[in-house]
Write a protein that binds this ligand. Sequence first.
Ligand SMILES: [Zn+2]
Length: 251
Amino acid sequence: MIDAHCHVDFKEYNRNREEVMERAQDRLDAIINSGASLGGNRRTLKLANEYPGFLYPSLGFHPKNAQKADSIIIEQSIQEIENNIDKIVALGETGLDFHGLEDEENKKKQKSVFETFLELAAEYQLPLVIHARDAERKALDMVKKQGLNEVIFHCYGGDAKTASLIVEEGYYISLSTIICFSKHHQDLAGKIPLSNILTETDSPYLSPFKGRNEPAFVKEVLKTLSQVKDISLVEVDGITQKNIKKVFRLK
Ligand SMILES: [Zn+2]
């Protein structure tokens, strides 16, 4: 089992990060930690150093952070990502989050940072991890325009039509632990072929239980997928793990 998207660097784990990582190492084969800010990217690289061959780093800048960040901080983040480009398995998370957002200036700011990441992904031939909320179609259009091949729509929650367009492009849809308690996400999972599905927790968010989520709980995604697809957990794990290893080029 692999958690294809989590944030173990977040402060929610400061109290007992080592325990969380121990549980993850006991139960999983690997995790991808996604940086979401300048500090988050630095912490992600540090964790990758502490857990080599288990925690793989993806560096980015979350659209919600991009919207409020100083342009100097964004530039510095991009610079640091380029300086560490040979250490990372993907770029992101990045993208568009228009949920509850009316302000055009903020949308523009998100788009411009997203554009920068699209260009980096093309230049360095790295997979791109996308956060898109209430802007899935727009994000897909931008990705297609850039002509990227390896794209992951992380924690996808858009409509089935856009999901099918994503699949048509050969891109991946990463389903989070939200699938355990959301009918909409279970319906989506039923329609998306397993060959295009990745599994993730988006920890510390979206716990299938009470309280904080953690990478080890990715098993709950696999359990739900196994029910929805009516095939064994072992089979689901085999296919989704193969997808994750392929797109992030893990050994
Ligand atoms: Zn995330």
